[in-house]
Design a protein around this ligand. Structure first.
Ligand code: HEM
Length: 178
């Protein structure tokens, strides 16, 4: 079992309520949950209620833990590197002296470098897996069909053959020049 029984019951309750609200909504939004509900309603037997629940939990965990982990680590790194904090402050004040909107956040190149460097040092996903659907040889290594390959993101992100000073937080690693 991946999560505790009580947590599963909590998510089940949350999902049922969300579906209830969606079904009663007079201006329904065509989102992922509603799409899944409509698929089951249309009589499709391949998507069960448990599948919908599993997808809801997956998206909740993917969205929540990744964002909270990455934002916490980024804020921690900014707080412990006052020089970076000063540069960020100057960038924001220079580009948006009065106010800025949500869309403007993507127009801050130094902030983007800081966030990428934070994701490099502390990736919310430390590994991910793939199953070979056919045999393949990559750089002399043979992977047979159905073998599971784990991609060690954390190790790659700290590989000294790839990064100079991999354990040092330095947003310059993601400057356009580099
Ligand atoms: C900094 C934030 C995030 C990072 C670093 C991140 C990273 C990743 C990675 C590496 C995967 C691939 C996992 C794999 O293929 O094994 C993934 C998948 C996924 N992510 Fe994110 N993610 C982030 C934010 C989000 C958010 C905000 C959402 C939803 C609102 C989300 C929804 C998903 C979903 C649904 C998948 C599964 C896709 C699939 O299996 O086809 N992620 N994410």
């Amino acid at each position: 079992r991946f999560i505790r029984k009580e947590s599963l019951a909590y998510f089940e309750h949350l999902m049922k309520k969300a579906i209830q609200v969606k079904v009663q909504d007079c201006r329904p939004r065509n989102d992922f949950l509603l799409t899944m509900v409509n698929i089951t309603k249309s009589g499709n037997k391949f998507l069960t209620k448990d599948d919908i629940l599993a997808n809801c939990i997956n998206i909740f965990l993917e969205a929540y833990s990744t964002l909270s982990d990455s934002m916490s680590f980024t804020l921690y790194l900014i707080a412990t590197h006052p020089d970076v904090q000063d540069k960020l402050f100057i960038e924001i004040k220079t580009l948006f002296p009065d106010d800025f909107s949500f869309a403007d956040i993507s127009k801050l190149p130094y902030l983007s470098m800081v966030f990428h460097e934070s994701l490099r040092m502390f990736p919310p996903f430390t590994t991910f897996n793939r199953i070979c659907n056919q045999g393949v040889t990559i750089r002399g290594s043979r992977f047979t069909r159905l073998v599971q390959v784990t991609v060690p993101l954390s190790a790659m992100h700290r590989d000294p053959d790839v990064w100079s000073d991999p354990d040092i937080f330095d947003p310059k690693k993601f400057s356009p020049k580099n």
